[in-house]
Design a protein around this ligand. Structure first.
Ligand code: CAA
Ligand code: NAD
Length: 283
């Protein structure tokens, strides 16, 4: 299928990164959000990252200008009527996502593919909110999107082969590496990563070590680029909690129980880097 125009729904840290790499690859992109402030912040961040590429000689001024010209801000979901592919990157909540997919199903043209960047939620359940489950698929980018090579691709029960093939080809065009994973809670990435982060939070909660010591052990001892608590702040503590809840509910095993300290931080609004405070504080 020929995809030319994409709408990215959600202009947060993932959505703005996805919009950036799609525009860089030559696609026309609507960057949609319910919050104009989030769109402004997302576009400013893209501008900043592209300028850095120009400074480093990895991109010309002309390429930067052309990339920016392919990005259109949107607060009107009706713009989805003009696109071939939607990539959803809003909050990790099944009710909010299914409501959006039902709306998109009404607006987007019949040929359009509806992809979700969910970190953990069942693709089959999101697809069931639409009348086109064969055109719904998981396209799970990693954070920070412009840097990380992986995209997990997840078929729902009804996803058509040609939809999978189209998304796989687009992933390669974005200069990313697609890896197919089956539709189970947390897929592979977060089924393996998030219990480690949750365990690090338990270690802090139980006073086994300071946050700095926990991060240092994993950085220097395991060669992780960021310690698990720094990484949790980077991902967003709300997103970490939602993913742990999905794993806990999906598998029913106590080993996935979210740490009470994680719940407490989220209740306090300490969501990590994006709110200026999580396990650490940020300017
Ligand atoms: N956005 C965009 N680009 C960024 C960036 C950001 N937030 N942070 C760094 N970069 C870019 C820099 O511009 C630089 O690019 P160039 O090489 O083109 O100059 C490059 O990344 C390296 O940056 P730095 O040298 O400043 O920093 P670093 O070497 O410490 O790397 C990092 C930064 C890539 C973020 C690294 O710390 C890292 O890999 N951290 C772990 C990230 C990770 O685990 N991501 C997965 C999270 S889980 C997930 O995404 C799934 C989920 O569902 C929750
Ligand atoms: P974020 O909080 O940075 O951004 C979410 C954005 O969605 C906000 O700008 C918000 O205004 C917008 N939004 C909320 N409801 C909306 C709606 N109904 N319509 C339009 N916009 C809406 O979140 P994020 O970290 O970018 O995560 C987004 C999605 O990507 C989640 O499903 C998350 O699980 C997934 N994800 C996150 C990461 C990560 O490391 N943060 C990695 C991979 C996947």
């Amino acid at each position: 299928m020929d995809v030319k125009t994409i709408m990215v729904v959600g202009a947060g840290q993932m959505g703005s990164g996805i919009a950036q790499v799609c525009a860089m690859a030559g696609y026309h992109v609507f960057l949609h959000d319910i919050s104009q402030a989030q769109i402004d912040k997302g576009l400013a961040n893209i501008e900043k990252l592209l300028s850095r590429q120009v400074e480093k000689g990895k991109m010309t001024e002309e390429e930067k200008a052309a990339t920016l010209s392919r990005l259109t801000p949107s607060t009107d979901l009706q713009n989805a009527a003009q696109v071939d592919l939607v990539i959803e990157a809003i909050v990790e909540n099944m009710d909010v996502k299914t409501k959006l997919f039902a709306e998109l199903d009404q607006i987007a043209p019949p040929h359009a593919i509806l992809a979700t960047n969910t970190s953990s939620l069942p693709i089959t359940e999101i697809a069931a909110a639409t009348k086109r489950p064969e055109k719904v698929i998981g396209m799970h980018f990693m954070n920070p999107v412009p840097v990380m090579k992986l995209v997990e691709i997840i078929r729902g029960l009804a996803t058509a082969d040609e939809v999978y093939e189209t998304i796989e080809a687009i992933t390669r065009k974005l200069n990313k590496v697609p890896v197919e994973v089956n539709d189970f809670p947390g897929f592979i990435s977060n089924r393996v990563l998030m219990p480690m982060i949750n365990e690090a939070i338990y270690a802090l909660y139980e006073g086994v070590a300071t946050k700095e010591a926990i991060d240092e052990v994993m950085k220097l001892g395991m060669n992780h680029p960021m310690g698990p608590l720094t990484l949790a702040d980077f991902i967003g503590l709300d997103t970490c909690l939602y993913i742990m809840e999905t794993l806990h509910e999906g598998f029913g095993d106590d080993k996935y129980r979210p740490c009470p300290l994680l719940r407490k931080y989220v209740k306090a609004g300490w969501l990590g880097r994006k709110t200026g405070r999580g396990f650490y504080t940020y300017e």
